[in-house]
Write a protein of this length. Structure first.
Length: 124
């Protein structure tokens, strides 16, 4: 099921690089979906859990389960995310293109070691 995005927020500090997709309110879907890269301890992790973790406000995963980003396809109106434990289709047609473009450098920082595939097809 495609989820409508209201806005995209990025957050960077010395430890984390995060991208949050704030979703339109609904009783049937998540409130947000966040791509989390905790760089401060990443080098200590096993290869299978290195990279970007996907968190949602409705996570019901066991604590030991890691939902890792594998592929993200970005177009002007849609973002398709494939992870180890599922997939997400986000409708970003109402998000300003400038906000989408501001997200790209953060995604590149999250993917400094090529842990996921990033495909971008944005036109102004």
């Amino acid at each position: 099921m495609q989820q409508k995005v209201q806005s995209i927020r990025t957050e960077e500090d010395e430890n984390d690089v995060n991208i949050s997709f704030i979703l339109c309110p609904s009783k049937r879907i998540n409130e947000s979906l966040t791509l989390v890269r905790a760089q401060f301890y990443d080098e200590l992790l096993n290869d299978e859990v290195k990279g970007v973790h996907i968190c949602t406000t409705e996570d019901t995963l066991p604590e030991e389960a890691f939902n890792m980003l594998k592929t993200i396809n970005i177009s002007k109106d849609e973002i398709d995310i494939t992870a180890t434990l599922g997939s997400y289709q986000l409708d970003v047609s109402d998000v300003p293109i400038s906000e989408m473009k501001q997200m790209l450098p953060v995604l590149e920082k999250q993917n400094f070691d090529n842990q996921f595939t990033l495909n971008v097809a944005l036109k102004a």
